[in-house]
Design a binder for this molecule. Sequence first.
Ligand code: PMP
Length: 435
Amino acid sequence: MWPAPNSNSAKIFNRAMEVLPGGISRLLTWVDPYPIYAKRGEGGYIEDEDGIRRLDLMNNFASLIHGHAHPQIVSAVTQAVANGSCFAFPAEREIQLAELLQDRIASVDKVRFCNSGTEAIMIALKAARARTGRSRIAKIEGAYHGMYDHAEVSLDSRPDNWGNSPASIPHTYGTPKSVLEDTLVLPLNEPIETERLLRSQAESLAAVLIDPVPTKVGMIEMTAEYIDVIQKVARDIGALIIVDEVIAFRLAYEGAQARYGIEPDLTTFAKIIGGGFPVGAICGKDDTMAVFSHENGEPLNPSSGTFTGNPVSMAAGLATMKLLTREAYEGLEMMGERSRKAIRRAFEASRRRGQVTGVGAMFQIHFNDRSLTDFRTAFRTEEENAISKQVHRGLLDRGFILSPRCSGFLSTVNTEQEIDDLEIALTETLQETAV
Ligand code: PMP
C-alpha cells in the first residue's frame, strides 16, 4: 500500500510543501500523491521513512552501479572527506580518474570534469561551437540529455505538434525562439530523413548529439545503419559527433561507443563515474579538447566551476570504476538478459499485452505489442500510461522499485534470486492490472 496519510512519508511531504515548490526538488522522481521518502540504502535495498524495505532497481536513475553504501566506496569517500572536501587547489584524484577513463576508452585523450550530466552536455555543446565556429546542434527527437536549453528541445513533442519531419518543440515555457531555430531534431533510426536534415544545415551544424540507447526514447537501440549514416554525414559536413554516455557507459567497459562502433569527437560522462556523488566529464581527442586549454592564451571555451573535480566525487568515482571490472560488466550483462527474459515470461504467464526493450543491465517495460523503432512508436497512449502507473505501484507494493516509467537499471549487487522474485511480482501485478 502507498504510505498512508498518517505515515512518516506523508508527514514529511506536508512539511516539504511549505518550503519546496510542489514539495520536491526533482520532477523526475515525482509520484502521486506524494513521494516515498528514503531513510537509508544498503546494497540493493532502500529502507523508507516508515521502515519498509524494497529492492531498488532504479539506482538513482542509473547513477549507482554497485548498489547503496558499498563498503569500499564508503571507505574511499570517508577518507576523502576527512582530508577536506574541496579546495581551490587541484587534487591528485582528478588525474587518477581521468587516467582510468583514458585507459579504457579509445576516443579519450583528455578529460574535463564538471558536476553533472547537464553541465557535461552544455559544456560539450559549447566546445563544439567553439571548435567549429558554428551555432546549431542536432539531437534525436525525444532524447533526454539534461536541462541545457538546446539539449531539452523536443523532449515533450506530441502527436499534435511533432509534425511530419520532427519539429523543434520547447520543453520550458519561455524558451527563446533562437534556441528552437538552432536545434535540429532528428528521427531515430530513420537514416534517409536524418541524412536529408543534416545536409540541409550542412554549413551551420556544430555537432550531432547522440546516445546509442536513448532511455527516454523507449530504450531503443540505434541501428548500425543509422549510426553509420550519422557518422558519415557528420564527417562530410564538418559537424562534431558528441556521444552522451551519461547512462550508456554502464553498457561496456570500453564505453558504449566501443559496443556500437562509434568514433566520437567528444563524449560526455556522469552518473556512475561519480560513484553516487555529483559529477560530469567531457572527454575527447587532443585536437578537440584543445578548446579548453589556456596553453596558448585565452581558451576558445573557458570552463570552470567551484566544485569541479572535487576530491569527494573523484574518490567515489575512482573506487566505483575500479570495482567495475570486465567481469563486473559481464555479470551485469547476464543479469540484464535474465531480467528481460523474466519480464517476457511475466507477460506470457499473465496473458497481458507487453514487451521489454533494453540492453546490458537496463530494461524498459512497454504495455503494447507495436514494433518499437523510435520516439513516435514508443510514445505511450493514455491507456498505456495508466497501466504503467498501476504496474509501478503494484511492484512497489510487492517490494520492487522501478522508475515511474517502469524502467530498471541493475547493479552488480543484484542477485539471480531477486530477478526471479521480480518475475513473480510482475506476473501477479499484471494479473491484477485492468487492461
Ligand atoms: N544525459 C543523459 C543520457 C541522461 O540520462 C541524463 C540524466 N538522466 C543527463 C544527460 C543529465 O544528467 P544529470 O541529471 O546528471 O544532469
